[in-house]
Design a protein around this ligand. Structure first.
Ligand code: C2E
Ligand code: CA
Ligand code: CA
Ligand code: CA
Length: 279
């Protein structure tokens, strides 16, 4: 038993060391990712349930690292967040998304809005509103062209700071969505105090919706309450027709998910927009 005990401690040490090494490599890689041109944005369409048309896009970051290969955002965003690298990366994302929207507009394509994910750290920076307004101005975009997605947990981490930052952004005129709604511990009563435009129901709720009656009731209730607060509702991670039908019946405004489109590289988005234009 003693032997086995030592064995598992050694295995634990190994695993820990490997995790440390992986994080160190991610961090080193992220430091040079922008200048090496390893970052790219993919865009996932948002589908307007009422009109049955594409209403806009969400920019999602992709990293193709020379050393590590393709790394998923769920792995590298937390590292970027911890090290503060998210500030320069997030600024790059914001500018690149605005530049892309401008380019599609210049090509006469019916683009709709662009949504960008803002991390907790980025959004609590004092000059976040200036950064956003500069990105818009440099690309000749209106504030209404841009939507910022901020996770529920980022908002709840520090509610007073969130209220200040949101007020600055709201004053600018950009739309603000609360992302991953339902995964944190906030109540809609809290959210009432924040200047928000839109609520994104987390994918886990959308998945549960067709699994149980409770699941469906929870989503329907969120939608009614959100509408009562004047918020638009987007469902994320919609994968089946059944989910879509239930969401439509519950009055959900927009849907996003593999049922419609996966996140697409920019050239595929252009093809899609051209097809929309012909309709
Ligand atoms: P998120 O903002 O909640 O984005 C939705 C995630 O769900 C995306 O994963 C998207 O590809 C995926 N998804 C969309 N539709 C479906 C579906 O029908 N089924 C399933 N199973 N998944 C679906 P992705 O691109 O891997 O991004 C993961 C997370 O990384 C994002 O979650 C977001 O929190 C973060 N992230 C991505 N890009 C950025 C960025 O530019 N800045 C910041 N701060 N975070 C980002
Ligand atoms: Ca998001
Ligand atoms: Ca989300
Ligand atoms: Ca998520």
């Amino acid at each position: 038993a003693k032997q086995a005990g030592r064995g598992s401690v050694a295995a634990f040490d190994d695993a820990l060391e490997q995790a440390f090494r992986r994080t160190a490599r991610l961090e080193a890689g992220l430091r040079v990712a922008i200048e090496r041109g390893e970052l790219a944005l993919h865009y996932q369409p948002k589908w307007d349930i009422g009109t049955g048309r594409l209403s806009g896009w969400e920019a999602l970051l992709r990293w193709q690292s020379a050393e590590l290969g393709s790394v998923r955002p769920d792995e590298f965003i937390p590292v970027a967040e911890r090290t503060g690298l998210i500030l320069s990366i997030g600024d790059w994302v914001l500018r690149e998304a605005c530049r892309q929207l401008r380019q599609w507009r210049d090509e006469g394509l019916p683009t709709g809005t662009m949504a960008v994910n803002l991390s907790a750290r980025q959004f609590r920076q004092r000059d976040v509103a200036e950064e956003v307004s500069r990105a818009l101005r440099d690309n000749g975009l209106k504030p209404q062209d841009l939507e910022l997605e901020i996770t529920e947990s980022a908002l709840m981490d520090d509610l007073p700071a969130a209220a200040v930052a949101l007020t600055d952004l709201q004053r600018l005129g950009v739309r603000i969505a609360i992302d991953d709604f339902g995964t944190g511990y906030s109540s809609l009563a809290y959210l009432k105090k924040l200047p928000l435009n839109c609520l994104k129901i987390d994918r886990t709720f959308v998945t549960d919706m067709t699994a149980s009656e409770d699941g469906a009731a929870i989503v329907a209730t969120i939608i009614v309450l959100a509408h009562g607060m004047g918020l638009k509702v987007v469902a994320e991670g919609v994968e089946t027709q059944e989910q879509f039908v239930q969401l439509r019946e519950a009055g959900c405004d927009q849907a996003q998910g593999y049922l419609f489109f996966k996140p697409l590289a920019a050239p595929e988005c252009r093809d899609l927009l051209r097809a929309c234009k012909r309709l």
